[in-house]
Design a binder for this molecule. Structure first.
Ligand code: GSH
Length: 204
């Protein structure tokens, strides 16, 4: 059994979407961001970084497997349940490349863009820097999806799930998804998947 600690945020929705796609049952533990839940000793054993998402996988072994960081969890689940990774070495390598790009690139850039945009005294340099980086990532994704249907070039994967979760919230970084028609259509296609709908419904 998998316990999933998460919330309805861009990083938080990635894991339930993947679990629903893989058909893996999970016990949802909704965490209120900013609450003490993230800092209690039991949670720090699961994620010492005090963030969502995290999982505790009761595998039957004496000690459960704990995983934190959304990218690590997606990779763990894809390997454990045999899906969403790509079947050929070429596709698998592309899945890893685009997955790592999202967690190291688009996620932090959008998070910082949103942070600086929401400050009472906005810093034009910081906003310009992070919005510019987000624009660059969106342009890169638009170009990639002009060439392939899914980011790994083979099939829907954890790389799509990771990017989808942030791209659908383009407005956080002052962008309008309608300015990226291919990316927009890709987001609508993922929103239309039954697994996505089930995951989002459980979180609201
Ligand atoms: N790099 C982490 C980022 C996780 C993260 O920033 N989570 C946010 C929500 S999207 C959070 O837990 N915020 C609560 C807090 O910082 O107190 C990942 O990809 O999992």
């Amino acid at each position: 059994m998998i316990e999933l600690f998460t919330a309805n945020t861009p990083n938080g929705i990635k894991v339930p979407i993947a679990l629903e796609e893989l058909g893996v049952p999970y016990e949802l533990k909704k965490i209120a961001l900013g609450s003490a839940d993230l800092r209690v000793a039991e949670y720090l054993q699961i994620n010492p970084n005090s963030k969502i998402p995290a999982i505790r996988h009761h595998t039957g072994a004496p000690v459960p497997v704990t995983v934190f960081e959304s990218g690590a969890i997606l990779l763990y689940l894809a390997e454990a349940y045999g899906g969403l990774l790509g079947t050929t070495p070429v596709a698998r390598a592309q899945t890893l490349s685009w997955l790592f790009l999202q967690v190291a690139g688009l996620g932090p850039m959008m998070g910082n863009a949103a942070h600086f945009r929401s400050r009472k005294s906005p810093d034009p340099y910081a906003i310009g820097r992070f919005e510019g980086e987000v624009q660059r990532h969106f342009d890169m994704l638009e170009a990639r999806l002009q060439e392939v249907e899914w980011l790994n070039g083979e099939a829907y994967s954890v790389a799509d799930i990771a990017h989808f979760s942030w791209v659908r919230s383009a407005s956080y970084a002052g962008l309008d998804l309608k300015d990226f028609p291919i990316l927009h259509a890709w987001v609508e296609k993922i929103e239309g998947r039954k697994a996505t709908a089930r995951a989002l419904a459980r979180l609201t």
